[in-house]
Design a protein. Structure first.
Length: 284
């Protein structure tokens, strides 16, 4: 026990920093969510679970939570379908094209999320570039509604989160020995069989980690749904913002934030456990 004490003391500053920057605000949010609210004075002292009952029992918030999780799931699936093949193709490229296209794929990370989302808003508008191009080509009977729609929000979120999926799968592919794939082909395996039996088991951990990152980003996103979805398409993050700065009901806004955190953590932990078990069976 005495030998382990110095290791604990060395990690103590990092633990204190972690507690200060993450745990303390989270505890303060939980405490705020349990306080009473008065329309005249705002947040007041006391203890109540009514804020959580309102967030869980109100059908209005049921729709918001369902919309948030639905957008996050669709965004994650699209990022998997696009990001995994993209990372695999990049890994098969030769220098210098591999580095060039990798930089192109990751270049959106160099631009602010707000700036990228405003760019999509300009493209999605009724008189935006997309509708003008479709009208010039004679496609469609009129402007296609993209702004303030579910699919508009999903497209913008995919653009935001796709680089993280590419990075995760790319990291898994870097640990893959190419000689194993060559050996499978030399033993008579086709390209599809080689990918299914050799490549896919190696990149599943990358897909798992990437999907968890993408889902967390999409479910908690604020700027993209606020700009592309507008007031007509609320998600939990924008609803929380409205409660804090619109109605000034800080306890209810804090309760919505905590509910979103608990739901996200539950889904991610369950997904991680189920997929790891299936991956272990698949690999064996």
């Amino acid at each position: 026990m005495a030998r382990r004490a110095p290791h604990f003391l060395l990690s103590l500053p990092a633990l204190l920093l972690f507690a200060t920057l993450l745990v303390t605000p989270l505890v303060m949010t939980v405490v705020l969510s349990l306080r009473l609210f008065d329309l005249d004075t705002g947040s007041i002292g006391g203890f109540t679970l009514q804020n959580y009952l309102d967030a869980i029992g109100d059908p209005y918030y049921h729709g918001i939570f369902g919309r948030t999780l639905g957008i996050a799931v669709v965004t994650t699936l699209i990022c998997i379908l696009l990001g995994a093949p993209e990372a695999y193709i990049l890994s098969r490229m030769r220098s210098p094209w591999r580095s060039v296209f990798l930089i192109v794929c990751l270049s959106p990370l160099l631009i602010s999320v707000v700036v990228r989302t405003l760019g999509w808003a300009l493209l999605f508008g009724r008189n935006g570039v997309i509708n003008q191009a479709l009208g010039a080509l004679g496609i469609g009977g009129g402007p296609i509604p993209l702004l303030y729609t579910h699919h508009g929000v999903v497209i913008a979120l995919v653009h935001v989160a796709l680089p993280f999926m590419v990075i995760s799968v790319w990291a898994s592919l870097q640990r893959l020995d190419p000689r194993v794939a060559h050996a499978a082909v030399s033993l008579g395996a086709g390209q599809f069989t080689m990918f299914r039996r050799v490549i896919l088991p190696q990149i599943i951990p990358g897909i798992l980690s990437g999907s968890l990152i993408v889902f967390a980003m999409a479910a908690s996103a604020f700027a993209t749904p606020a700009i592309i979805g507008g007031r007509q398409l609320k998600v939990v993050a924008t609803a929380t913002y409205d409660e804090f700065l619109g109605t000034l009901n800080w306890p209810l806004g804090a309760a919505l934030a905590i509910c979103l955190l608990v739901i996200n953590a539950t889904i991610m932990l369950t997904y991680n456990r189920v997929l790891e078990r299936r991956y272990a069976r698949f690999a064996s």
